[in-house]
Design a protein around this ligand. Structure first.
Ligand code: UT7
Length: 327
C-alpha cells in the first residue's frame, strides 16, 4: 500500500487590527479604486507592536492541533515558512515549540519567502513517508508590516500580517498528498528583496536612509515571472498526480494579486468557484497566504472529502512550488 501524508487539521490567525484602503488614502497618495482594481485587495490585518510572528504562528497552530485532535506533546517536528522571524536567532519554530510545550519536537524555519508553506509541507511529506506514525506541524507565518516602507505606495498597499498552520500525519485511506514540486531561480533575486538586516550590509545610518530594511519590489517584472511560473508549476504538479484540468476541484494559489488569480483561472480553464480567493480580506501575507486560505476553505466546508486540491505559490528568490492532494 502507498504511504501518504495528509492534512489532519488546519488553523489560522490574523491580528485584530484592520487597515482598509480608505485608511491608506489618508496615509499616502493612493485610492481605494486603484488598489481594488489593480490588486483585488480591500483591507488587510496589521499586528500592533508587541504582537510577533511566533504569537500568530502559535495561535494558528493551536487551532490546527485542536482540529486534528493531536496534543502538542505528540509532535515530532515543527516547520515554519517565514521571511519575517521575530529575530534571527532562535527560529520562529523554536519559539512556537516553547509556546505549545511541544517538548518532543524538532523545530526549524524555512526561508522560501511566499513559497515557505509549500516548501514546509513538502518537507513534512517526506518525513511522514519515512515514518507514517509521525505528527508534524507545517506553518506559514509573517509580520510583513514591520518590513514594509509605509512611504512607498507601490508596496505598502500590498503586504500584511497573518499565520496559517496544518497538522500533517500519515494517511489511513486514499486521501493525502500526491505530488510536490519545488523550484527556485536566484538569478533575479533583486526584483523582490529586503537587502538589509542580513550579513551583506552593516546596519548603519546609510542602510536606514536607503530604506534597505524594507521590502523592495519591481512589481511589473515580478508579475510577469509569477504568472509564467505559477501556470507552469500548476501543470507540472497536476501531471505528476495524473490529473487533467477537469480533475481539479479547488485551486488555492498564493494571494498576491487578483489579476494573477484571474489569469490562472483562464489559462487552466476553471470555473470561478474552483479558484479560492480571499486576497480582498487579507492582502499579500507571503508564506501565510496559502495556509490561511486552506484553513478558510476547510472551515467553511468548501473542501469535501475526496476533493482534488492544487496549492501553488510564487515569491522572492525567486521560489515557486506546487502541491496536489486528495482531501
Ligand atoms: O508575493 C510575491 C509575488 N508578488 C507578486 O506577484 C506581485 C506582482 N506585481 C503586482 O501585483 C503588480 O505589479 C502591482 C500591484 C505591484 C503593481 O501593479 P501594476 O499594474 O504593475 O502597476 P505599475 O507598477 O505599473 O504602476 C502603474 C501606475 C504607476 O503610475 P504611472 O507611472 O503610470 O504614472 C504607479 O506610480 O500606478 C502607480 N501606482 C499607484 N497609484 C496609486 C503604483 N502604486 C500605486 C498606488 N496607488 N498604491
Amino acid at each position: 500500500m502507498t504511504i501518504r501524508s495528509k492534512i489532519a487539521g488546519t488553523g489560522s490567525c490574523v491580528p485584530e487590527q484592520v487597515l482598509t484602503n480608505k485608511d491608506l488614502e489618508s496615509m499616502i497618495d493612493t485610492s481605494d479604486e486603484w488598489i481594488t482594481t489593480r490588486t483585488g485587495i480591500r483591507q488587510r490585518h496589521i499586528a500592533p507592536q508587541g504582537q510577533n510572528n511566533s504569537d500568530l504562528a502559535a495561535e494558528a497552530s493551536m487551532a490546527a492541533l485542536s482540529m486534528a485532535g493531536v496534543d502538542a506533546s505528540e509532535l515530532d517536528l515543527i516547520i515554519v515558512g517565514t521571511l519575517t522571524p521575530d529575530m534571527p536567532m532562535p527560529s520562529v519554530a523554536c519559539l512556537v515549540q516553547r509556546r505549545l510545550g511541544a517538548t518532543n519536537a524538532g523545530a526549524f524555519d524555512v526561508a522560501a519567502t511566499c513559497s515557505g508553506f509549500l516548501y514546509s509541507l513538502s518537507i513534512a511529506d517526506k518525513f511522514i513517508k519515512e515514518d507514517p506514525s509521525r505528527k508534524i506541524l507545517a506553518i506559514g507565518s509573517e509580520v510583513l508590516s514591520r518590513r514594509t516602507n509605509w512611504d512607498d505606495r507601490t508596496t505598502c498597499v500590498l503586504f500584511a500580517d497573518g499565520a496559517g498552520a496544518a497538522v500533517v500525519t500519515g494517511s489511513q485511506d486514499e486521501s493525502g498528498i500526491l505530488s510536490t514540486c519545488l523550484h527556485a531561480d536566484g538569478s533575479v533575486w533583486d526584483l523582490l528583496t529586503i537587502r538589509g538586516l542580513g550579513t551583506a550590509y552593516p546596519v548603519d545610518q546609510e542602510l536606514l536612509s536607503k530604506g534597505w530594511q524594507y521590502i523592495e519590489m519591481k512589481g511589473k517584472d515580478v508579475f510577469k515571472h509569477a504568472v509564467k511560473a505559477l501556470e507552469s508549476v500548476a501543470h507540472e504538479s497536476m501531471a505528476k498526480a495524473g490529473w487533467s484540468n477537469d480533475d481539479l476541484d479547488l485551486l488555492i494559489a498564493h494571494q498576491a494579486n487578483i489579476r494573477i488569480l484571474d489569469f490562472l483561472r483562464e489559462r487552466l480553464n476553471l470555473p470561478k468557484e474552483k479558484v479560492f480567493i480571499n486576497i480582498d480580506k487579507y492582502g499579500n501575507t507571503s508564506a501565510a497566504s496559502i495556509p490561511i486560505a486552506l484553513d478558510e476553505a476547510n472551515r467553511s466546508g468548501k473542501l469535501k472529502k475526496g476533493d482534488n486540491v492544487l496549492l501553488i505559490s510564487f515569491g522572492g528568490g525567486f521560489t515557486w512550488a506546487g502541491v496536489t492532494m486528495r482531501w
